[in-house]
Design a binder for this molecule. Structure first.
Ligand SMILES: *Cc1c(COP(=O)(O)O)cnc(C)c1O
Length: 452
């Protein structure tokens, strides 16, 4: 553990936006702990987001689950656990990682596209006897678990295809015609008769329309889901509306308004109660909203060169698509900040500093698309920025969700980057060491190994 001596703080140090506790001085301290590239998380901001979510208006109770896949790092899960959130796992290994962080099974809901068999299925059953909540996401998943569930009188959760969806890109819309998640409405009659025959009750209904969804679509889904509960699910007491709350990473983007969504949902749940006499408890499972803007990817400028016709300059960073895949995967934009070697902030996308030129930030991978200045259509536009020198730091904001967890980090045989977290008391912890070269090659076998 390393403690920042606040007395040494440079008074000119500026906060990196969206405003949390990470300043240019924090970057200067962090690079003493770990060489670039690394992720730096603002623990206070994660805590703040947890508090915001717990205050979401609700009619008859609220459970907030953190979607582990957004950032499964042990210390991140522990910090979120301390804020009293529950967890949503998308795979058996995510359940195990949460356990590894000290989180008990009863706080975890497993909702997975991975239909497990054999030993893995046995393991899920054992976990269920210790309190793991399980969502069936297909008819086959129900069949696999039916005997166990009826013998043990287990209450099950069912994920249905919502019949509508919305995501920040088509690839993250989990409710359209081309999305394979959940049980289809057309399968429900068969599923119900099978469940009835086996004495199985569904007490939680689960829907998730997509990531970065349009708030109006999210509301529309509340109405549709309540209709479905009324028509088809007499035993349901918990409605899990998934995650997907949009987060503004760039200055011109807009975040979902949790209070507004909560007020809408509260009203609809109240209306439902007056109509049916049933008090439904609300569950949500955001990932992005909790961690996205707490993350900063800290890289160094390692090269500077002109483009083909000298119309702009490339700045080569030692962290690109292998640490932040979102521009290449989704066409997402991320804000960036340039901190010079002395810890002075010389550029921020949020506070336009004068005398800016235009440049293109690129990574080290052999892809033209390895750029933080990538447009959704794959073209690149130079972005306004100050002119950094080799050795200055370029910090990419909005990288707390789906970056360290989703990055193709070993592409070009680069090593998975380290992770740091700044806590409330200003200490900066190393929460994941950088991968070593030995770890990169540890499981490889030579031709000779095989011929023995
Ligand atoms: C990914 C996912 C979430 C979290 O989505 P965010 O957009 O990160 O909030 C929640 N629930 C399910 C089932 C998911 O697949």
């Amino acid at each position: 553990m390393y403690s920042e001596n606040t007395n040494n703080f440079d008074n000119t140090s500026e906060i990196l936006y969206p405003p949390g506790t990470i300043t240019s001085a924090t970057i200067k301290e962090a690079v003493k702990i770990c060489s670039t590239p690394f992720y730096l998380y603002d623990g206070s901001m994660i805590e703040k987001k947890c508090r915001e979510l717990k205050r979401m208006p609700n009619a008859f109770g609220l459970t907030v689950r953190f979607a582990i896949k957004a950032n499964p790092s042990k210390s991140v899960l522990q910090l979120i656990d301390r804020q009293g959130l529950m967890f949503e796992a998308g795979s058996l290994n995510e359940v195990k990682r949460a356990q590894n962080a000290g989180i008990p099974l009863k706080k975890i809901l497993l909702t997975s596209q991975d239909t497990v068999y054999g030993e893995d299925l046995d393991e899920v059953k054992i976990m269920m006897t210790s309190g793991l909540n399980y969502t069936i996401c297909s008819f086959n998943q129900l069949k696999n678990i039916a005997d166990f569930a009826s013998v043990n009188n287990t209450q099950l959760s069912i994920r249905i295809h919502p019949g509508m969806g919305s995501g920040e890109s088509a690839t993250r819309n989990t409710g359209d015609l081309y999305a394979s998640f959940g049980v289809q409405k057309s399968e429900l009659p068969e599923v119900f008769s099978y469940a009835k025959k086996n004495g199985i009750k569904f007490t939680r209904l689960h829907v998730h329309i997509g990531s970065g969804s349009d708030p109006d679509k999210w509301k529309e889904n509340v109405d549709k889901t309540l209709e479905t509960v009324e028509k088809h699910f007499p035993d349901v007491t918990i409605v899990d509306l998934g995650g997907g709350f949009k987060v503004a990473r760039m200055p011109d983007e807009k975040s979902a308004d949790i209070i507004d969504l909560g007020n809408y949902t509260k009203q609809k749940f109240t209306d439902f109660y007056f109509k049916t006499g049933r008090q439904l408890s609300l569950e949500i499972e955001p990932g992005t909203f909790v961690v996205a803007n707490s993350g900063f990817l800290v890289t160094s400028v390692i090269d500077i060169k002109p483009n083909q016709n000298n119309s702009f300059t490339f700045y080569v960073l030692n962290g690109g698509m292998e640490s932040n895949p979102r521009p290449l995967m989704y066409g997402s934009s991320h804000p960036f900040y340039i901190v010079d070697k002395n810890g002075k902030l010389i550029w921020s996308d949020y506070s336009k500093i004068k005398n800016s030129s235009k440049g293109v930030l690129v990574g080290r991978c052999c892809e033209t698309g390895d750029s933080q200045c990538l447009n959704p259509d794959g073209t690149i536009d130079p972005r306004p920025m100050a002119t950094p020198e080799i050795g200055d730091y370029v910090v990419i904001g909005g990288t707390g969700a789906y970056c360290s967890s989703m990055a193709p980090f070993n592409y070009n045989s680069y090593l998975q980057a380290a992770e740091l977290m700044k806590l409330n008391d200003n200490s900066i912890l190393l929460i994941r060491k950088q991968q070593t070269f030995d770890q990169l090659t540890a499981n490889e076998l030579s031709i000779e190994d095989n011929s023995r």
